[in-house]
Design a protein around this ligand. Structure first.
Ligand code: C2O
Ligand code: CU
Ligand code: CU
Length: 571
């Protein structure tokens, strides 16, 4: 095995032996706006340490990518050129868009090709992000540097007196850690993920930003493979949370500590008024990180379950360290000096009744206190991810409640594509105020912690391209902690299926289906369910037949005659 070391550790001993000296200006990603976007995924290199060239990947640059500014109601056209010589995908995390545009593992971009997604912006003003999502390459490609922000604008947000001058009083900041090998290169081997000692803000180590002495908005994203951050300010002043994953809260929530886990975004306002000439650090207070969260001091003892490899060697775990230093300078011309009390009009779904409930149990192979209780592989309902199995068919317009229970020793950030949800219950109680808005990632506490959320699957029925749900700890996701669902419009399916071999009606059917053959003769009819299990086989000798399907479980079925297969729905 490769020895892990040094660059990360060197910068750390530096970091711990002195007060933190922030020496590098924070890189603010360039902002692109309009309706047409041109993105090239490419190789690059950076010097995290002066004199050491580290190979990276980025979008239109060496590392990370431009911030895409989208406006609600507009339709965007994006060209994504893949120049990395390896297949990848680009997923628009958090966005409500058609499954075929979502950029999940079923939408690969082969090397040397261009993918042209187009979609209408339907989400609220919010901070979203984009990143690769190819099975077995997600962690590698994100670790190498492919990721960027999406900022969505809408009229409701525009009417509020909030800081929104990009790169001045409104900045996006992505927190990430990386494992660096002895040659100063990014180590993407997931077996070494526990040695993630290099801390970056927008790809910058030891970053500082010159911020004005006024209300200052930070759009935070945790795009680390595993690590959560317990955010606080070095002066311990409260900051105001104004938005979560899917948009603004109904009112600002003052906090002094805020836990952010992989995939999550929070928008905060820091009041820097009167602090000109001083520095305030955005810190990770790892010493106060809750138990079971990756980044705390003790995530269980080194006996059973087995510790995460390198966890106790990694000086970041349980430590307090700076993520970004704000050097406070003069005010801008028209500073925002207060935060509005009321933000979004509502963050609740309109639902009258629940159509369906689903239960997801997260568990490691071998049980909660077995050796793999912290390390996995972890499963959903006892199954590892299989690209060929669609786990759920969700009816279009369903309002659903999903209950996620974590039967493992480590917290998992659960993420779902396509929708934003409202958390109804967090570990037996109401979620704290900053978690009561729109969310697409929620950290599920360990040892039978349970979270219940409600969401609605409007729009974008597509029986062929699934959306994903998964743990956003990339090491867990790649290990199989993922599932997929399709949204199906049962009413929208035409009433008669016609093909070269037969016609079938009605579709959907509740009692009987009638099959009429184009070529009369002896034929065998096979009916399979969504998982490929044969549920009926019969031979007919004639032109047509009527089959009783009233005992079939509602869902999708496939009828095959000869080489022709058609899909029908049992209501
Ligand atoms: Cu950040 Cu499946 O997504
Ligand atoms: Cu996503
Ligand atoms: Cu996980």
């Amino acid at each position: 095995m490769k020895t892990i070391n040094t660059l990360g550790l060197l910068s750390l001993s530096f970091l711990f032996s002195t007060t933190i000296i922030a020496q590098n200006p924070l890189v603010i990603p360039p902002a692109l706006s309009g309706t047409d976007f041109d993105l090239t995924i490419q190789h690059g290199s950076v010097e995290f340490t002066p004199g050491v060239t580290t190979s990276t990947m980025g979008v239109n640059g060496d590392i990370l990518g431009p911030t895409l500014i989208f406006t609600q109601g507009e339709t965007v056209n994006i060209a994504v050129h893949n120049e990395i010589g390896d297949t990848t995908t680009v997923h628009w995390h958090g966005m409500h868009i058609p499954a075929a545009m979502d950029g999940g593992p079923h939408t690969p971009i082969p090397p040397g090709t261009t993918w042209n997604p187009t979609f209408t912006i339907m989400d609220h003003a919010s901070t979203m992000w984009y990143h690769p999502h190819l099975m077995h390459k997600t962690n590698t490609h994100i670790q190498m540097g492919i990721a960027g922000f999406v900022i969505i604008k809408d009229a409701e947000e525009a009417a509020l007196n909030l800081p929104r001058t990009y790169g001045v009083d409104d900045i996006p900041v992505v927190f990430q850690t990386k494992t660096i090998d002895e040659n100063g290169q990014i180590d993407t081997d997931m077996a070494h993920a526990g040695m993630d000692t290099l801390v970056l803000a927008n790809g910058t180590p030891n970053a500082y930003f010159d911020a004005p002495a006024q209300m200052f908005r930070v759009r935070m994203l945790d795009a680390s493979s595993e690590r959560s951050y317990n955010i606080g300010l070095s002066n311990n002043a409260p900051f105001v949370v104004i938005g979560s994953d899917g948009g603004l809260l109904t009112s600002g929530t003052p906090l002094t500590r805020l836990l952010i886990s992989p995939g999550e975004r929070y928008e905060i306002i820091i009041d820097l008024s009167g602090l000109e000439g001083e520095s305030v650090q955005i810190m990770n207070y790892g010493s106060a990180m809750p138990a079971g969260v990756y980044g705390n001091a003790t995530t269980l003892g080194p006996s059973s379950p087995d510790p995460i490899p390198f966890y106790y060697d990694n000086p970041l775990n349980g430590s307090d360290f700076a993520l970004l230093t704000l050097n406070v300078g003069p005010q801008t011309a028209n500073p925002v000096l207060s935060t509005p009390q009321t933000l979004a009009a509502t963050t609740d779904l309109e639902y009258s009744s629940v159509d369906f409930t689903r239960q997801i149990l997260m568990s490691p192979v071998g049980g909660m206190m077995g050796p793999q209780g912290l390390t996995g592989p972890f499963q959903f309902n006892g199954n590892l991810f299989d690209m060929n199995v669609v786990n759920y068919e969700v009816d279009l317009n369903n309002t659903e409640v999903w209950t996620i229970t974590n039967q493992s020793a480590i917290s998992h950030p659960f993420h779902i594509h396509d929708v934003q949800f409202n958390i109804q219950e967090y570990d037996g109680g109401l979620p704290p105020p900053h978690m009561q808005g729109w969310k697409d990632v929620v950290l599920i506490p360990p040892f039978m912690g349970t979270v219940k959320f409600i969401t609605k699957f409007e729009d974008f029925a597509d029986p062929d391209v699934p959306y994903m749900y998964h743990c956003h700890i990339l090491v867990h996701e790649e290990g199989g902690m993922m599932g997929q669902f399709v949204v199906i419009d049962r009413e929208g399916v035409g009433s008669v299926i016609e093909n070269e071999t037969f016609s079938l009606y009605p579709n959907p059917a509740s009692e009987n289906i009638r099959i009429e053959l184009n070529n009369v003769g002896s034929n065998e009819i096979t009916i399979r369910d969504i998982s490929g299990r044969t549920v009926m086989v019969l031979s007919i000798n004639g032109a047509s037949t009527s089959l009783d399907v009233s005992s079939f479980i509602p869902g999708v079925y496939f009828v095959s005659i000869g080489n022709t297969t058609a899909r029908f729905i049992k209501d």
